[in-house]
Design a protein around this ligand. Structure first.
Ligand SMILES: CC(C)(COP(=O)(O)OP(=O)(O)OC[C@H]1O[C@@H](n2cnc3c(N)ncnc32)[C@H](O)[C@@H]1OP(=O)(O)O)[C@@H](O)C(=O)NCCC(=O)NCCS
Length: 183
């Protein structure tokens, strides 16, 4: 069967779906780093609908990727300031990984950020998550530094991509749906 993937803008009506995609996709990360609701209550594996609703209310745009009409992943994009957009809660369900969907979501978000006039896109990851860091680096991100936060039981590495240096970030390998008319 031909692979058909689509990415669309998410709206308020997608809040429960986004919450499920995020919580289920981050479960293996929580297991790997022994993150629980007690030691890391804000980890995306504990995602609640209220978090997504609050994100949308403060202007975070979410995109949902589907395979054969089944939603299987998402990413959030937050405009931090005129120049910088932040990728948040990038998530692909485990059984749909390694098909290029994560890469397509990131590229889609980069194109959207570019459309908003951003020149840089940032992301933050668990510092020890080396494969993920290398994956972002293959997409054109550079490591900016690592820091600790009192409320997090792991160090955080910040990554950044300069959009002008990634002019080939076009969503060629995916069909992009028109934005939801009622976001
Ligand atoms: C990160 C994530 C979104 C990637 O989604 P995906 O759809 O599998 O991504 P792609 O198919 O585009 O790319 C997969 C890449 O990761 C690599 N990869 C995937 N699983 C891997 C694993 N278990 N070990 C090592 N590398 C792995 C593959 O080699 C591939 O890289 P390549 O295409 O350059 O060879 C997905 O793994 C995920 O949801 N993880 C849990 C949540 C998370 O950590 N999100 C990021 C928060 S910043």
């Amino acid at each position: 069967m031909m692979e058909v993937s689509t990415i669309r803008d998410a709206g308020r009506e997608d809040a429960d779906l986004l919450t499920r995609l995020i919580a289920e996709s981050f479960r293996d990360v929580a297991r790997r780093y022994s993150l629980t609701p007690d030691n890391c209550s804000k980890h995306p594996s504990n995602c609640q609908t209220s978090w997504v609703v609050a994100d949308l209310a403060r202007g975070v745009r979410y995109f949902i990727v589907s395979r054969h009409d089944e939603p299987v992943g998402c990413v959030g994009l937050e405009q931090k300031d005129a120049d910088v957009a932040f990728l948040e809660r990038l998530a692909v369900l485990p059984e749909h990984r390694r098909l290029g969907l994560g890469r397509s979501l990131v590229r889609h978000a980069i194109v959207q950020a570019q459309g908003n006039g951003s020149s840089r896109v940032s992301a933050a990851i668990i510092a020890d998550h080396t494969e993920l860091k290398e994956w972002y680096q293959r997409l054109g991100f550079f490591e900016m530094g690592t820091t600790t936060f009192p409320h997090l039981p792991f160090a955080v590495t910040f990554l950044e991509l300069t959009i002008s240096e990634s002019a080939n970030h076009r969503v060629e390998d995916i069909t992009v749906n028109a934005p939801n008319p009622h976001p």
